[in-house]
Design a protein around this ligand. Sequence first.
Ligand SMILES: Nc1ncnc2c1ncn2[C@@H]1O[C@H](COP(=O)(O)OP(=O)(O)OP(=O)(O)O)[C@@H](O)[C@H]1O
Ligand SMILES: [Mg+2]
Length: 1078
Amino acid sequence: MAKMEVKTSLLDNMIGVGDMVLLEPLNEDTVIDNLKKRFDHNEIYTYIGSVVISVNPYRSLPIYSPEKVEDYRNRNFYELSPHIFALSDEAYRSLRDQDKDQCILITGESGAGKTEASKLVMSYVAAVCGKGAEVNQVKEQLLQSNPVLEAFGNAKTVRNDNSSRFGKYMDIEFDFKGDPLGGVISNYLLEKSRVVKQPRGERNFHVFYQLLSGASEELLNKLKLERDFSRYNYLSLDSAKVNGVDDAANFRTVRNAMQIVGFMDHEAESVLEVVAAVLKLGNIEFKPESRVNGLDESKIKDKNELKEICELTGIDQSVLERAFSFRTVEAKQEKVSTTLNVAQAYYARDALAKNLYSRLFSWLVNRINESIKAQTKVRKKVMGVLDIYGFEIFEDNSFEQFIINYCNEKLQQIFIELTLKEEQEEYIREDIEWTHIEYFNNAIICDLIENNTNGILAMLDEECLRPGTVTDETFLEKLNQVCATHQHFESRMSKCSRFLNDTSLPHSCFRIQHYAGKVLYQVEGFVDKNNDLLYRDLSQAMWKAGHALIKSLFPEGNPAKINLKRPPTAGSQFKASVATLMKNLQTKNPNYIRCIKPNDKKAAHIFNEGLVCHQVRYLGLLENVRVRRAGYAFRQAYEPCLERYKMLCKQTWPHWKGPARAGVEVLFNELEIPVEEYSFGRSKIFIRNPRTLFKLEDLRKQRLEDLATLIQKIYRGWKCRTHFLLMRKSQIVIAAWFRRYAQQKRYQQIKSSALVIQSYIRGWKARKILRELKHQKRCEEAVTTIAAYWHGTQVRREYRKFFRANAGKKIYEFTLQRIVQKYFLEMKNKVPSLSPIDKNWPSRPYMFLDSTHKELKRIFHLWRCKKYRDQFTDQQKLIYEEKLEASELFKDKKALYPSSVGQPFQGPYLEINKNPKYKKLKDAIEEKIIIAEIVNKINRANGKSTSRIFLLTNNNLLLADQKSGQIKSEVPLVDVTKVSMSSQNDGFFAIHLKEGCEAASKGDFLFSSDHLIEMATKLYRTTLSQTKQKLNIEISDEFLVQFRQDKVCVKFIQGNQKNGSVPTCKRKNNRLLEVAVP
Ligand SMILES: Nc1ncnc2c1ncn2[C@@H]1O[C@H](COP(=O)(O)OP(=O)(O)OP(=O)(O)O)[C@@H](O)[C@H]1O
Ligand SMILES: [Mg+2]
């Protein structure tokens, strides 16, 4: 899918200003503030026109991803926010498309991020240039040259854990398509003094530590090395380990990189052998020895190390030993040998180590160049990347700083030259009038240093070559004379005495006013370092080595090519190489990356304004902005300009039909921008002041807001309407579906209801039919049955004549008769005895005779009872009648009754007739005596009893004294109204008399008798037969008895057993007599 092109601009979402030409007001503070503001927002890159300023973030930011590469690829420089990729892209595209050789100049102080920046540029170019196996191999080799050079050329310093201790310039070569072909690397001034001595807190070059940490035991043995750093004098120990750096792993990376770059195995080994030899050289120590001629001589303390070095390098031990002890000076045909004292021996040793190492480094660079050089002869386009040390201002500045700062002066000069040139060229190209720009040209300082006749470097060389005693002081003296009048040279003792009283200028120093500030140089060591002396004996010893690489490093040692001329001094070498570099750069289109270090602590997020201010000053950034802004601060091609601001004018918005330039003209006229504020170039509009641009930007922002509101309004309207339409459509769909659904539901309901009704009706009909059918069937069956019966009857009637149809009945009747007969006959024999109390009766033989059997039993019983009664005499009949009467009166009413049943009623127990005692009594009675018996009359006063003769005649009731037989009371039966007695088992009874009768004057009688039942029965019967009235017999456990005027209650209670089985009577009070019945 094609990526959607979004037109953006550097001006979008700016933090501070993305391009410092837009700073207003422009001064040091605003520049630093702007950098700080952006740094705080992780915007580490800022432009000054086409120059990129990079502030080291000291932490990895997510801004170098492949996506970012894609973002910046093929985009205009000012289209996106500032980035090193934008510069790389611009450089690469103008190289590829416009056939312009490019150089990328990266400057800044140690730790500012130059090396990182150069690697970023290379990786960007590698990512966007052509692809393919061959191209990829070239790319890989170019990229892998970095780890090799870093291992040998970088070291940990107090400023940077991976500080490049050499300057590097690399030309990357491309073909016409922009595919990389190869490269050439140039190195400048390796800091070789580090090999033998490192300042506190710093290390030697990485490779030493990597070798000792990462090499296998086998390799170490072969190189005659030990893993322990402390064994080696050349290795500083206080910072042997660097935080976050794995030397062993890096060693593997370096070996791998060497392989990729194209080092043969034996070459890599040779390199490591040289490294080992350098390390071991440091361990050679000397002791003084006096010689006969009085001269001091040095001697090697322990020859073991020397021996090993010689074995390693294939040098004859005696040759090397001699080289450390003697110095041979050849002049014309003469050879003079002098002995070395201990100090000189150490000097020689260190000089050898430094030379060996720096030559090895140069060899490495050449070897890499050999590998990566372009294989074709076709015309090449070149992109140079310069990663060189920036300006150095330390407390103690020496020869190295002087050289470095000289290089930076040259770079600044070329920067000014090229920037101005470019600016001028652009003006010419665009047909804009060029106005002169005031700026500081540092050519004068360059001249102070490099002038061939009286430049400082020339003075130094002259001093070094001069016969006689040459010291640093004599050199300073010379400077004091020659340069005294130079504006930028300052020295306490200078000839013109300008600084005689300046105490900040020590005597052994001189000060140069560089473009970036004043630097004080210690003159000590200048001469020596410039001489860079290695005794010929040593170089000859080296040339004699069996080790091919070492031999090749010291060609001057070859006696056949003896050259009595002194080798060029370090200063002049450097000057020459800087000159070549400048020449090289001048032919190319420059691109600048200026690195700034935000703090001294290698820490993220810290922005030390003082430190940055210092760098801003010596990098000349302000100067840079001024140059860039001198004429017109801002320029932009017509198309993007029109594209960006077209909304500010009705004619150009939304589309401008004509050429872009005309559009911009219309636009600027419409906006009434003063004519002096802008100029029309051929392809670009030039804006003089950032103010104007910001005004445009403000207007644009305002207009964009209005437009956004408008778009928002239309969009909202559109969105609401589409939403409404969608809702309406949805509503219709939903309604339709709902209706359909409802109808479907209704239909299904109707259908199921219809089915139910249908089934009910069908059922009902079916049941009706079934009922009819059943009825019909029953009718048919009935008819059939009736017909059958009828037929049967008919037939039977028809055939009865022919059959003995009544035989069955007759047989039945006969059989029945026989059975009955047999029953009766058998019964005759089974009849039980005639005793009425015999309960036996035979069992019935047939069920159907049950009632007959029972009836027969009843009749038989009645009959035998009759038989039994027939035997009775009249006397007996009377007795039974009386007994029957008694039973009717008392059975189940009086507890005494059952005991009376067995007693025969005798009536006259007392035989009055026979007893003479009662003669008188007998004579008084004429009637028949029914009862004569002794009874106990109860005394009403105390309940005690007295015996009396009780006599009942047909009409009277008589009471007589038992002893005398004298009649005490006579009561006619008609006056007896009632007899009362208890229901219990006692013989008490009361005879109530009619009120007012004669006999009743003393009241009712209360008796007790053993024959109560008989007496009461007989009294009753006699009364009934005589008076034809039934005597009232009351059975109750409580009854009243009339005694004279009083009524006394007689109460029967269930008495205790105290008195045995005889009932007792007791008067309780006037009104109560209590009879206790046991
Ligand atoms: N763009 C970056 N992103 C993240 N870290 C960075 C970046 N640039 C630099 N650094 C950090 O800063 C350290 C120093 O950077 P670098 O080695 O490039 O400095 P230099 O300018 O080359 O210093 P010298 O002059 O000493 O060689 C790096 O090791 C890295 O940790
Ligand atoms: Mg570096």
